[in-house]
Design a protein around this ligand. Structure first.
Ligand code: PMP
Length: 437
């Protein structure tokens, strides 16, 4: 069956009690839009793995580039040494990202990108003699990975409550989600931009010159797919400029095309000072991440490179040759197949498909942006998350992979999805939803 007998030896990540009692649904291979389950069924990938397989599975250019790289150069250090593909990938990423953000620091995951971004921001102020700027501002319902930096600025209390010490001097902006007011809104809600003004209160309370950076996901993904109200990100940018605060966009999900532009920064027309990425950089084939910084930050770090306050930060696997080869082939695939434009072209069809579930049993909200969708279900009395889990299991049985966070189903298919496959996802969910308690 493909099910290992010694399941008990594997401590699976994010294993909540309820999930722990279930056998995991085993996946044995993948191609294009489809996974193959251990019982031999084709499963339509509605989630691009975990928001990472943007170009679809087993893409020849990427697979081949990795195979060739393994044989040619398995590993090379990136401290005092280098190898060409890491430099080439940095150029390609910088080309794709906003003007004025031309420098790329490589990591191995979203969590590492976030920790790196926070350290780069703190270090930037220090180098400029602004050592008092140490406070970091996140946002309620923000997810920034699992490192201590990420859980400190992250807005999910459950993710940090059992670990004692966090980063000190962290505040959180209020979340922008207003289910009552925005229910069934297509795209971004009209109202709520004024929530950004909470930064004024925080700055007033602590003195704005003590704040180093604000970090937000332009579109919150893992905490339930929450779209920013229109004007919200622009307002944050204005306030950060006013106070001399760096603005960080965590684009681990939105980076590399998910909204129909290379970045959410481009999509929303708001340029931050630092962007964190991972996932879509290598199409999920190998762990990799990147932090993209504004030129002023890089230049300032280089000017001060001989000072006692150099940025002492890097990973054994920063710019790993196999990740670099995978990244180059991934970006080439996005470009050759115009996959970001494809997302933009499919977005209106996707929007209608998501909202076709309006009126379906249990559905209390539907959200969409780019190729992202959320179906929020009413929770079963006394058992939050149970209904969402039941739908996820039934969808798997009917050959569709969806992601579930509590009672919110999240969809984020690979960009190569066809309209008929979009139809199948929502027809299947429309069939399942009335059958669950
Ligand atoms: N930031 C965001 C916005 C994310 O969505 C994620 C992963 N879902 C992370 C950070 C952490 O990335 P990783 O799991 O690769 O460490």
């Amino acid at each position: 069956s493909g099910m290992p007998n010694d399941l008990q030896n594997y401590w699976m990540p994010f294993t909540a009690n309820r999930q722990f009692k279930q056998d995991p649904r085993m996946i044995v291979s993948a191609d294009g839009m489809y996974y193959k389950s251990s019982d031999g069924r084709d499963i339509l990938d509605g989630t691009a793995g975990l928001w990472c397989v943007n170009a679809g599975h087993n893409r020849p250019l990427i697979t081949q580039a990795v195979q060739e790289q393994v044989a040619q150069l398995d590993y090379a250090p990136s401290f005092q040494f280098g190898h060409p593909k890491a430099f080439e990938l940095a150029n390609r990423v910088a080309d794709m990202f906003p003007d004025g953000m031309d420098h790329v620091f490589f990591t191995n995951s979203g969590s590492e990108s976030v920790d790196s971004a926070l350290k780069i921001a703190l270090h930037y102020h220090r180098m400029r003699g602004d050592a008092a700027r140490t406070r970091l501002i996140g946002r309620e319902r923000g997810y920034h990975g699992t490192g201590f930096g990420g859980i400190s600025v992250g807005g999910i209390v459950k993710n940090r409550m059992h670990f004692g010490s966090m980063l000190t001097g962290v505040d959180h902006l209020p979340h922008t989600h207003d289910l009552e007011r925005n229910a069934f809104t297509k795209g971004c809600p009209e109202h709520g931009a004024e929530k950004a003004d909470a930064l004024i209160d925080i700055a007033t309370l602590h003195d704005p010159s003590t704040i180093a950076a604000v970090i937000v996901e332009p579109m919150a993904g893992s905490t339930g797919v929450l779209m920013p109200p229109k004007g919200y990100l622009k307002r944050l940018r204005e306030l950060c400029d006013q106070y001399g605060i760096l603005l960080i966009f965590d684009e681990v999900i939105t980076g590399f095309g998910r909204l129909g532009a290379a970045t959410a920064a481009e999509y929303f027309g708001v340029t931050p000072d630092i962007i964190t990425t991972a996932k879509g950089l290598t199409n999920g084939i190998i762990p990799a991440g990147a932090v993209i910084v504004a030129n002023k930050i890089y230049e300032s770090a280089m000017e001060n490179a001989d000072a006692p306050i150099e940025l002492f930060h890097g990973y054994t696997y920063s710019g790993h040759p196999i990740a670099a080869a995978a990244g180059l082939a991934t970006l080439e695939t996005y470009k050759q197949e115009n996959l970001f434009e494809r997302v933009a072209d499919l977005a209106p069809y996707w929007e209608e498909a998501v909202h076709s579930l309006n009126g379906t049993k249990h559905v209390i909200d539907l959200r969409n942006l780019g190729l992202v969708g959320a179906i929020e279900l009413a929770s079963r009395d006394g058992a939050p998350g149970a209904r969402g889990m039941d739908v996820m299991v039934k969808a798997w049985e009917k050959g569709i992979m969806v992601r579930v966070t509590g009672d919110i189903l999240a969809l984020s298919p690979p960009f190569i999805i066809e309209k008929a496959e979009i139809d199948r996802i929502f027809e299947t969910l429309a069939e399942i939803l009335p059958t669950v308690d």
